[in-house]
Design a protein around this ligand. Structure first.
Ligand code: CTP
Length: 400
């Protein structure tokens, strides 16, 4: 998800640098927008270095030609469509007035009018200004329009006075952002290692054995885990999907590569979810050069790949281990047996014979097999929602 962080000219502008870091820790992509006055208090370079993105300070790029000026304006306005939230912190009395009255004389005020994304504002100013009827009316107008205002706090102000006007604590601002974006934090502090997609096992440099996994379930889990505050390492076989922004992405191709990547990241993870459809077999003698068609053998000798999940189960070290089982015809006894033999904490099973469940579709119907022998049925629903149910179950089981 992407947030535009508007910084306006006030002594608290430096606090926005730390706020930017905290937004990034919640895996949010941040585009910083500064007003001209904000740059009197803190340099755009600070935000550019922290966000890894150019800071927008002007409506037009005056350094270039007329056409590049127009291009930059169009590019900037595209920000309005691309963001999920506009946050202004600190927000001066001036920007509140512009927003309330539809004045669009710089980039930030234009962005406010141009975006349909929700808006969160954290004002900071002298207490007399905050109490002034003009400011009170502007705040009321914005709140009536649905803007969320994180009120300033009481305390010593930079001007030497004591009163309400100090920028709210970053944690409060972050809480308002997360609530507005629907981000929950029940996996903050967890590092979740997720595998997804198929693996490819080479016959020769051109041909390989693979399976029909699309990676959709694993990627949905990664997205959901990020949304709920986890650090996510996504080890993925080849898929057509874009990795969710915020994951540590580890692309692999073969079962052996997946095994090595998983073992490398296992140590630092607290939860492992193995949604990948790892090939169980691979050609025993892959050819280093392309086999001519007239020389293709009638049969290819195969050997088993390492069962990565079973290996992890043998050296579990207190981690919560979740396996997947895609079966054609589920038998509860067989599935329970798999849960035990691989030393798992939870097994997510689905029946490939069922319409809408399994490979390369956007929905799934799964059954969650627990260690105590009980089973929870998660009816057919979008994979994104199934991912939420799986994480709910993990949370529930870990708290017991
Ligand atoms: N798995 C793995 N390494 C393998 C094969 C499977 O880590 N070489 C993991 C998958 O990521 C998945 C789980 O094992 O979490 C399910 O495997 P499944 O498809 O049921 O295969 P098997 O356990 O090998 O079961 P079966 O004998 O029924 O094929």
């Amino acid at each position: 998800m992407k947030v535009a962080l508007g910084v306006t000219g006030c002594i608290a502008a430096y606090k926005a640098a730390e706020l930017l870091r905290q937004l990034q820790q919640r895996h949010l992509e941040v585009q910083v927008v500064m007003t001209r006055h904000a740059q009197e208090f803190i340099a755009p370079l600070t935000f550019a270095a922290l966000s890894g993105q150019k800071v927008i300070t002007e409506m037009f790029d005056r350094s270039g030609t007329a056409s590049s000026n127009v291009e930059s304006a169009i590019e900037h306005i595209a920000v309005a469509q691309s963001i999920d939230l506009l946050l202004v912190a600190p927000a001066t009395a001036d920007i509140l007035g512009k927003f309330a009255h539809g004045v669009a004389d710089d980039f930030l005020s234009t962005l406010y009018l141009a975006t349909k994304a929700p808006v969160v504002i954290a004002p900071a100013m002298n207490c007399e200004m905050w109490d002034h009827p003009a400011v009170r009316e502007n705040v009321a107008t914005l709140q009536a329009r649905g803007v969320r205002v994180v009120e300033p706090e009481e305390g010593y102000l930079a001007c030497g006075m004591v009163g309400q006007g100090r920028l709210a604590a970053n944690d409060k601002i972050l809480e308002a952002v997360c609530e507005t974006l629907g981000l929950v934090d029940d996996f903050v502090g967890e590092t979740i290692l997720i595998t997804a997609g198929p693996t490819q096992e080479d016959i020769d440099p051109v041909r390989y054995i693979t399976n029909r996994s699309s990676g959709k379930m694993g990627y949905a889990l990664a997205e959901e885990a990020l949304r709920r505050g986890a650090q996510v390492v996504l080890v993925s076989g080849p898929t057509a999907l874009k990795p969710p922004s915020g994951v540590e992405f580890v692309p692999v191709r073969t079962a052996a590569e997946m095994g090595a990547a998983v073992k490398k990241h296992f140590k630092n993870s607290t939860i492992v979810i193995k949604a990948a459809a790892v090939a169980d077999i691979r050609p025993a003698h892959p050819s280093a050069s392309k086999i001519k068609k007239e020389k293709l053998p009638a049969a290819i000798a195969l050997e088993p790949t390492e069962d990565i999940l079973a290996s992890l189960g043998r050296s579990k070290d207190g981690k919560f281990l979740v396996g997947f089982a895609a079966e054609t015809g589920l038998t509860p006894e067989g599935t329970r047996q798999k849960l035990k033999s691989k030393n798992l904490d939870l097994l997510v099973a689905n029946d490939l014979n069922e319409v809408g469940a399994g490979f390369d579709v956007d929905t799934n119907h799964v059954q969650l097999f627990r260690l105590d022998g009980s089973v929870r049925d998660v009816p057919l629903m979008a994979k994104a929602r199934v991912a939420g149910k799986i994480l709910d179950e993990i949370n529930h089981l870990r708290k017991r």
